[in-house]
Design a protein around this ligand. Structure first.
Ligand code: BES
Ligand code: MN
Ligand code: ZN
Length: 497
């Protein structure tokens, strides 16, 4: 798919589908007015007839409008100006894309006059248009014998004034990098557990390293992790025939000697719960338990494509959590790489067991900041539902930057407390710390567990259990969240570092 910026007169724009906005109560947007003038009142007449009212995301497709070069004109409702927020803007883009795909147009030009979202600047509107239009083109068919019909659309352009074009070009470059990062994460998430194993994730990371000169990838196998004392991480994969992997992706886009920012992803390629076996209903969804890893790999993809001037290390802790005669049992005690011992009271609280060793490993990069991403707790879905990522941090400035990045990227997070009061829930009679803290505040106690391993640096934890995938119907599948938040965070760091 080609995305580009075009200039010129909307009436003579050559495309198979030109998209212009109709505001609430049928008011024509500037581009719709210009078309109407060229068409001698044709559009105002149709809108006046009540065929479209301008409600958010409402569409009306017109063919061969007189005096207009475009083969089709798609009128799209922009809604009331005070209701033009990210959510409605995304609905507008989604509904426009459905209409464009529906008529199998090969090219489309959006002329939305920057009216999509009221509190957006031009850059952000264009970038979101690209991200969201691009996401509508993602199709999963890797494991279907009958491949999806190829989408006929091969060019999407945005019509801008010449003055806005330079900014527009940057927005397109960033938007395309984000689409690729998001699609990478979705594809990894959607692949089944029998294909997307820890070894597969490692191969994909190595392939990404081959593509980009600035990215060095190395893989630690079980023997190497054993040498480092990562017994907690290794305990999770004991019951599995699939070997665990620690994937390290070092992006060196910044100055030599500039500090590293570290991202750590939970890569449980399937979570049965282990000996603390999960119930059968919906267990297939635990193939998505590597979506934290997928987000990190997606953000690394976007980062490489944007050539950000920053040093970033992406670490993925990959393992499969299975029950077997070799599996870790409730009550087992392991020694982590940090030296702290953990009593594993529930083998289904495995994410924190792989992350803690990866977080200790992160110390060797002398990080400026560390952000981990994980589908860590069902409790996060109870607390925040499917809209916000849970954010917990030992550093207010880092937490606030991540919240802000989430708002900018329309990939929202919400902070939960990480107070000392909660730490006591992790007390163990037999080890330094237990891996579960009981029913109250499960997301907080999971983060409390991680906080025991992140004392030496500025750290934040993102719990994406509620947002990483959709469970229902036609939409079932990975969402690519939180690639936008992470990428925005890195972009902001690159701009200020
Ligand atoms: N991967 C799950 C968390 C999860 C559950 C994410 C459902 C999305 C949907 C995690 O490994 C897990 O099983 N957590 C347990 C922790 C508990 C045993 C303390 C949970 O949330 O029940
Ligand atoms: Mn689990
Ligand atoms: Zn899990």
């Amino acid at each position: 798919m080609d995305f580009e910026i075009v200039n010129g007169d909307v009436a003579t724009c050559e495309t198979e589908c030109l998209i212009v906005g109709i505001e609430a109560d049928g008011q024509l947007s500037p581009s719709a007015s210009a078309l109407d003038k060229a068409a001698q009142g044709y559009i105002a007449d149709i809108v006046g007839g009540g065929d479209i009212q301008g409600k958010t995301a409402e569409t009306l497709l017109l063919q061969k409008v007189p005096g207009v070069t475009a083969r089709r004109v798609l009128l799209i409702g922009l809604g009331k100006s005070e209701e033009r927020n990210d959510r409605n803007y995304r609905k507008i883009v989604k509904s426009a894309m459905a209409a464009i795909k529906g008529v199998r147009a090969q090219s489309a030009v959006f002329a939305l006059d920057g009216l999509g979202s009221k509190d957006d600047d031009q850059y952000r509107q264009i970038r979101h248009l690209i991200e969201w239009a691009g996401s509508e083109l993602y199709i999963y068919d890797e494991t279907k014998s009958k491949k999806a019909d190829p989408i006929s659309l091969d060019k999407i352009a945005i019509l801008l004034s010449e003055d806005d074009s330079e900014l527009g070009e940057y927005a397109v470059l960033d938007g395309v990098a984000l689409v690729n990062g998001i699609s990478t994460a979705r594809e990894l998430g959607n692949l089944p557990g029998n294909i997307c194993t820890p070894t597969y994730l490692a191969e994909q990371a190595l392939a990404l390293g081959e593509e980009h000169d600035a990215l060095e990838v190395s893989i630690l196998d079980e023997d190497e992790m054993e040498q480092l004392g990562m017994h907690s991480l290794l305990s999770v994969g004991h019951g599995s025939d699939q070997p665990s992997k620690l994937i390290v992706m070092h992006y060196k886009g910044g100055e030599e000697g500039a500090k590293n920012h570290v991202l750590v992803g939970k890569g449980i390629t399937f979570d049965t719960g282990g000996i603390s076996l999960k119930g059968g209903a919906g267990m297939d969804e635990m193939k998505f338990d590597m979506c934290g890893a997928a987000s990190v790999m997606g953000a690394m993809t976007a980062l490489c494509e944007m050539n950000l001037e920053l040093n970033v290390v992406g670490i993925v802790a990959a393992a499969e959590n299975m029950p077997s005669g070799c599996a870790t049992k409730p009550g087992d005690i392991v020694t982590t790489m940090s030296g702290q011992t953990v009593e594993i009271l529930n083998t289904d609280a495995e994410g924190r067991l792989v992350l803690c060793d990866a977080l200790t490993y992160a110390e060797r990069f002398e990080p400026e900041t560390v952000v981990d991403v994980a589908t860590l707790t069902g409790a996060c879905i109870v607390a925040l539902g499917h809209h916000a990522t849970g954010l917990l941090s030992n550093d207010d400035a880092l937490a606030n930057s991540l919240l802000q990045a989430g708002d900018q990227a329309a990939d929202k997070a919400w902070r939960l407390p990480l107070w000392d009061e909660y730490q006591e829930q992790l007390d163990s009679n037999f080890a330094d710390i237990a891996n579960i803290g009981g029913p109250p505040a499960g997301t907080v106690t999971a983060a409390c567990f991680l906080s025991r391993f992140t004392k030496s640096y500025r750290w934040a934890h993102l719990d994406i259990a509620g947002v990483a995938w959709n469970s229902k119907g036609k939409d079932k599948g990975a969402t690519g969240r939180c690639v936008p938040l992470l990428s925005q965070h890195l972009m902001n760091l690159a701009a200020t570092d």
